[in-house]
Design a binder for this molecule. Structure first.
Ligand SMILES: C[S@@+](CC[C@H](N)C(=O)[O-])C[C@H]1O[C@@H](n2cnc3c(N)ncnc32)[C@H](O)[C@@H]1O
Length: 326
């Protein structure tokens, strides 16, 4: 029996996936499931949704339109994003088009990883700390499986459930997917990376930090990056980060300030770390790496929609992506 129900509710017009209905009535066991005059028939079991935290739900609710088909779509259809609904409404009251920022960021990061994969035929490892519920690993493996030896995802929570869900929606890809439940600021994560994640320092890697630098102090960020130092700097780094007000045009500063204040209050985050356009490359150098490019939101928007709409100039945006080698 397929565990995926083709008629299960889809994302609604607001982009919010609906939790599956539950039935409190006791279900008969399979031995009781006998038709009066026929052979045993399986009763379809509604798949259990993957319930996300408020902040993780918020990001995925905004990102939903990016995942239209394939394994990534099957994955996101199983997410229960209801915990982030009130926060999403609050953020959209502050900036009705905030979703565009997440769509631009995610589309551009996929593009950067695909571009990196295209430069060499040898399969590489992809490392994603703070992967949360992002289905990026499924997208990449579905489209470029021959160039990826494994994907190692890490997060402080939800990784057991994510591994289970991968097995349900994409069993053909699970041999390349490793989900580690670790705190990336705890030095013990390096041991788990090698032992459980099967990270191989001799295989070229692409390290993606999306939505995690906000939580890392400069020291934690440098220590994390140093884990992936290679003698010839052959590992690719993609670091997405939130800019300080000094790097953002004055009329725009209020948007991220208000939205992150709401997120902080909701998610009880102690503080949000911002890195400037000069800080991020300096930290990569401190870790032993070499930065080579930096992209601002106006470029990410033009890449996704073919023109500048909300972001006319580099300083109109408050999120940037730096790339480099380590
Ligand atoms: C906003 S979500 C981003 C998820 C995903 N990278 C994305 O961009 O869609 C931030 C994630 O960071 C995780 N996280 C925060 N601090 C962490 C830490 N010290 N170690 C591992 N994961 C962490 C949270 O659990 C959460 O899933």
């Amino acid at each position: 029996m397929s565990r995926h129900q083709p008629d299960q509710p889809d994302a609604d017009a607001t982009g919010q996936s609906q939790p599956l209905p539950t039935d409190d009535a006791p279900q008969p066991s399979s031995s009781e499931n006998i038709a009066p005059n026929g052979p045993t028939q399986a009763i379809p079991v509604a798949p259990e949704p993957f319930r996300l935290s408020d902040t993780a739900s918020l990001v995925m609710a905004w990102a939903l339109p990016l995942y239209r088909d394939g394994a990534a779509r099957r994955f996101i259809e199983r997410l229960d994003l209801s915990a982030g609904e009130a926060l999403r409404r609050q953020c959209e009251a502050l900036c009705p088009w905030y979703r565009e920022v997440i769509l631009n960021r995610k589309a551009f990061i996929s593009h950067l990883i695909e571009r990196a994969l295209a430069t060499r035929p040898e399969p590489r490892q992809i490392i994603i700390p703070a992967a949360g519920a992002s289905p990026l690993a499924l997208e990449l493996l579905s489209a470029h499986g021959d160039r990826i030896s494994r994907v190692i995802e890490m997060d402080v929570s939800g990784m057991d459930r994510k591994r289970q869900l991968y097995a349900e929606v994409a069993p053909e890809l699970t041999h390349k997917l490793n989900c580690l439940e670790v705190d990336v600021t705890d030095p013990a994560f390096r041991r788990a990376l090698v032992l459980d994640g099967r990270y191989d320092p001799d295989v070229d890697a692409i390290v993606l930090l999306e939505g995690i630098s906000y939580y890392l102090t400069p020291r934690d960020l440098v220590l994390f990056l140093m884990t992936f130092c290679s003698p010839t700097r052959r590992n690719r780094v993609v670091l997405e980060h939130l800019l300080p007000s000094a790097d953002v045009n004055d009329p725009r500063r209020g948007i991220p300030n208000a939205v992150f204040k709401a997120i902080q209050a909701y998610g009880h985050l102690p503080r949000i770390q911002r890195y400037g356009l000069a800080d991020a490359p300096a930290l990569l150098r401190e870790a032993g790496g070499t930065p080579d490019a930096h992209f601002t939101m106006d470029e990410m928007e033009r890449h996704r929609i073919g023109k500048h709409h909300y972001f006319q100039q580099p300083r109109d945006g408050w999120i940037a992506c730096m790339t480099g080698w380590i």
